[in-house]
Design a protein around this ligand. Structure first.
Ligand SMILES: [Zn+2]
Length: 226
């Protein structure tokens, strides 16, 4: 059984790294953001609650997040373990988590703020079909135009420099103390997230003594000892 928490700022590749890690090791990737998005999309009671909060410009409260995580982990569909992404988001949730689950490690994807800015500010979105672009890794063929539909490429409101600066401040004020708390328990492996995704994944696995990632892997999960 392997239980990991993955932490990192927006743009650090948390989702991608979680999926690469979960695949052949047969871990369940638990993304708190995905769970909330699913509830909103499926129009559950919780989804309606989240929708009201968001419409009122409020954040989803700690209690609600903790309930969702507790319910999700109680499904016990994780025979070989899990990678949780998007939780804990503050010190209180970290304390709750440490009391409730024994985790094997915290994967801390470290990306300097100026690299976050470089990555996030390069993102564009087609205003017509919603296709995502990235001026570093996935440039459109014609500048400012969608390759698929010819629509105009725009920046998400969320990706504007001042909105990003606010999110970075918010991230550091909440998440740095969480990492500090985990670090005191000696759980944290800090991984340089500036490398390409396969290198980052191999580094994570080496640091946690896991079998190396096989980029050609498509099939059956490896059985881990223990
Ligand atoms: Zn388009």
């Amino acid at each position: 059984m392997r239980k990991y928490v993955i932490m990192g700022v927006q743009g650090s590749g948390k989702g991608t790294q979680s999926k690469l890690l979960a695949g052949d090791l047969d871990l369940v990737h638990i993304s708190v953001g995905d769970i909330f998005r699913w509830h909103v999309k499926t129009h559950t009671k919780l989804g309606a609650q989240v929708r009201r909060l968001v419409a009122a410009g409020e954040l989803v409260g700690d209690d609600l997040v903790e309930d969702v995580v507790r319910d999700r982990l109680q499904l016990h569909d994780w025979n070989f373990g899990f990678v949780i992404d998007g939780f804990p988001r503050n010190r209180r949730q970290a304390e709750f988590f440490l009391e409730s689950y024994d985790i094997d490690g915290v994967i801390h994807l470290d990306l300097p703020d100026d690299e976050v800015r470089r990555r996030v500010l390069a993102r564009r979105l087609c205003s017509r079909c919603g296709m995502d672009y990235n001026l570093i890794a996935h440039r459109p063929e014609a500048e400012g135009r969608c390759d698929v539909c010819g629509g105009e490429l725009v920046t998400r409101e969320d990706d504007a420099p001042d909105a990003l600066a606010r999110r970075l401040r918010d991230y550091h004020s909440k998440i740095d103390p969480v990492i500090e708390l985990f670090r005191r328990k000696e759980y944290v492996m800090t991984i340089d997230a500036r490398a390409d995704k396969v290198t980052v994944q191999q580094t994570i696995r080496a640091r946690f003594n896991l079998p190396p990632y096989d980029p050609a892997w498509t099939g059956e999960p490896a059985q881990l000892p223990g």
